[in-house]
Write a protein that binds this ligand. Structure first.
Ligand code: 3H9
Length: 681
């Protein structure tokens, strides 16, 4: 039988209300019902003079229960509960530990006092779900902390620490985590008989913005990047503006209307899908919960180039010692200097303390000797992308590195089984595909070979969590999940240009879809001469023709675009002429290609490839593909990833579009389209 999540007990004249709803004390229907009853009990009981509201387990309320969104409403609703809490005639003290997020913080804002444990975090992350705080948060927070701080928290969605919350007036006291409950009870006793401070009744911080309405424009100008062309950030600003312009009750109504509008919209559906997709990605079907990850106390990295160095920083920053190997002293020195330079930049920008950067660098052991990897628990290879080079290296590592240690390759498309076969421990070999810049990009493709042992996989997943990565498991195949799907998009982009679309039209269509850049901008950035050899070049591809004409991309200021000193690109007439000449030589007739065709031709084949990836078991589930593309390739979060996007527009539409393009429709896509099915839940 399920136990009630809300219990009450008396500590003298203080009523202590406790929530226990693992894992994160989400404010589901049972919690709301219990809380409402408990608060009313406190109000009605003449012997109760003040109330403490606390949670047990990992965290204070981490928000509304997201799984209830889109379901029929169950009363009491959170906004109603919050009103009852604030309206209580007895003071209520919120005792916050862990994370008070979203509706959880809104409950705390409705309480009359807030006391937080050291290390607690407080935030309104609804914007990340395509929503806004819908239980009074947009009206109460600015009244407590002022409009600028409130906008930063609500539009940015990032939590603040308990210390910062105390500085800005969001919490009244900060205490040691062990003392929280006792301190909250003592605090409640202290404030008995004081006039009740209600956030909704405070006007002084709002008055500042009434006198200075330009605060909203200034925020927009300073934080343009937070707006991302999505609806939710703009709605957040509109709701906070309502707090300034309208009486409290009307502001609440405005907040409610904006919340409902966002909740029903496609962007929030997509972002909520993504929230659960990211969490599902960490789960491995068939992996027994009893499998214990191996301890990783030292990591070895072979290759101190951009990739190797970036990978090393992940471990150093997480306090894990790294042995970094290069073949030549100069390359090793360069690699170490780059890592040091990156940390120095982090310190300058305030992202890291000088002490933390120093501690990270102190964990780095650079060496020229592969033999120094003997004591590593995990070795990651980040050398030249060539199977023969990698198999030779793995054979050598197998001889050097202690038995049981894991050997990983950072390859972005090579066969993990072939690499594993070069060792006597194929069960301990897997792919760890980091994305560049590896110290910043959060995606990690964990590639399991046919022989990879469950505990090795479990170790990789646990480790990725430790270094703050979002891991997605793939089986080995050419390009794994991400690069395998990038290929048909690249091919379609090239083909479109040969047929008559301009590179900048292709890029414009993708950036209008809200990718950060299009394929030709990306090609210019990476360098058109990547893998190009002047000696053998025969103008056989457009890329060769461009390189032969001296157009190498951003690096020499000339690619598909011409670049100015600030690296701003404008469409290049010379590139256009090269394309025209190339097409003329092939005898292809050019035609006008409209934007809708460009989008379909670029994206539908990706979805098709995604269907094959699911069908072949390369990805465990379609939503994993969305995690890869949103995190690793800038797929716009507002559409949830390629597979969710395909579900949104309808799989029959996608299948019909592919048929029009003459592309063979993947069997899974064909079947789901016929059944009216979906890839994602
Ligand atoms: C909101 O509050 C709207 C209101 O303003 C207005 C309403 C009217 N609901 O992340 P983890 C599950 S919107 C349901 O792996 P961690 C999660 O799916 C909400 N489930 O743990 C996972 O399940 P499973 C605003 C939730 O320690 C499990 O809990 N709040 C919710 O790495 C563990 O989660 C947010 O956006 C939820 N709200 O991180 C906060 N939250 O084990 C969302 C989590 O089956 N939550 N689950 O996969 C978080 O950011 C993180 O979960 C947290 C813990 C930091 C709390």
């Amino acid at each position: 039988m399920a136990t009630a999540p809300i219990t009450t007990r008396r500590d003298g004249d203080i009523l202590v209300i406790t929530s226990n709803n693992p894992p994160v004390n989400a404010l589901g229907a049972a919690v709301r019902t219990g809380l409402m009853a408990a608060v009313l009990e406190g109000a009605a009981d003449a012997d109760v003079r003040a109330v403490v509201l606390r949670c047990v387990g990992r965290t204070f309320f981490a928000g509304a229960d997201i799984t209830e969104f889109g379901q029929p409403p169950v009363f009491p609703l959170l906004p109603e509960l919050v009103e009852v809490i604030e309206g209580s005639p007895k003071p209520i003290v919120a005792a916050i530990h862990g994370t008070a997020l979203g509706g959880g913080l809104e409950v705390a804002l409705a309480c009359h006092y807030r006391i937080a444990a050291d290390g607690a975090k407080l935030g309104l992350p609804e914007v990340k779900l395509g929503l806004l705080p819908g239980a009074g948060g947009t009206q109460r927070l600015p009244r407590l902390v002022g409009v600028t701080e409130a906008l930063t928290m609500i539009v940015g969605g990032s939590p603040v620490s308990a210390e910062r919350a105390s500085e800005i007036g969001l919490v009244d006291r900060v205490v040691g985590a062990d003392a929280l409950e006792a301190a909250a009870i003592a605090y409640a006793r202290d404030i008995i008989g004081e006039p009740l401070p209600r956030a909704s009744e405070r006007g002084e911080r709002i008055a500042e913005a009434v006198r200075d309405p330009a605060v909203f424009d200034r925020f927009r100008q300073a934080h343009g990047r937070l707006l991302k062309g999505l609806r939710a950030p703009e709605a957040c600003i509109a709701a906070v503006r309502a707090a300034v312009e309208l009486p409290f009750a009307d502001g609440l109504l405005r907040e409610r209307a904006l919340f409902q509008e966002l909740l029903a919209g496609d962007e929030s559906k997509a972002q909520r899908h993504y929230f659960f997709a990211e969490r599902a990605a960490g789960k491995i079907a068939g992996l027994d919960a009893s499998v214990v990850p191996q301890a990783i106390e030292r990591v070895g990295i072979v290759g101190a180039g951009t990739m190797g160095g970036g990978i090393a920083m992940n471990f150093l920053s997480a306090g894990i010692p790294v042995t970094l190997v290069e073949r030549e002293q100069a390359a090793l020195d360069r690699g170490v200097a780059t890592i040091g330079g990156n940390y120095a930049r982090n310190v300058r920008s305030g992202r890291m303390s000088e002490d933390a950067a120093g501690a990270a660098m102190a964990l780095l052991r650079p060496t020229l000797a592969l033999a120094d990897l003997a004591d590593s628990d995990l070795v990651i290879e980040a050398v030249f992308e060539d199977l023969a080079v990698k198999t030779a290296l793995f054979a050598e590592l197998d001889r050097i590195v202690k038995p049981g240690a894991i050997l990983a390759s950072n390859t972005s498309y090579l066969d993990i089984d072939a690499i594993a076969a070069a060792t006597g421990r194929p069960e301990a070999v897997l792919g760890l595909h980091f994305f560049s810049p590896a110290n910043i990009m959060r995606l990690l493709e964990v590639v399991r070979g046919a022989a990879t042992a469950p505990e090795v996989l479990a170790t990789a997943m646990a480790l990725s969590k430790r270094i703050g990565k979002i891991a997605v498991v793939a089986r080995t195949c050419d390009g794994f999940i991400g690069n395998r799907m990038l290929k048909p998009r690249q091919e379609a982009a090239n083909q479109l240009v040969l047929e008559g679309a301009k590179p900048w039209d292709v890029d414009r269509v993708l950036t209008a879809f809200r990718f950060p850049m299009g394929p030709f901008q990306m090609a210019d950035l990476a360098g058109l001469d990547l893998g190009w050899d002047a000696a053998t070049s025969q103008g056989a591809t457009l890329r060769e023709a461009m390189c032969e004409a001296g157009r190498r991309g951003q690096k020499n200021g000339r690619g598909f675009y011409d670049y100015d000193a600030e690296r701003r690109g404008t469409p290049s007439p010379q590139a256009e002429a090269i394309i025209a000449a190339f097409v003329a030589k092939r005898g292809t007739v050019q035609r006008a290609v409209d934007d809708a065709e460009i989008l379909e031709r670029l994206l539908y084949p990706m979805v098709n490839e995604g269907a094959r990836i699911v069908e072949e078991g390369v990805a465990q589930r379609a939503s994993d593909i969305d995690v890869v593309w949103v995190n690793g390739y800038g797929w716009p979060i507002g559409t949830g990833g390629p597979m969710f996007w395909a579900d949104t527009i309808g799989l029959d539409t996608v299948a019909a579009g592919l048929e029009r393009q003459g592309v063979a429709v993947a069997p899974l896509l064909r079947r789901l389209a016929a059944e009216g099915g979906r890839f994602t839940g």
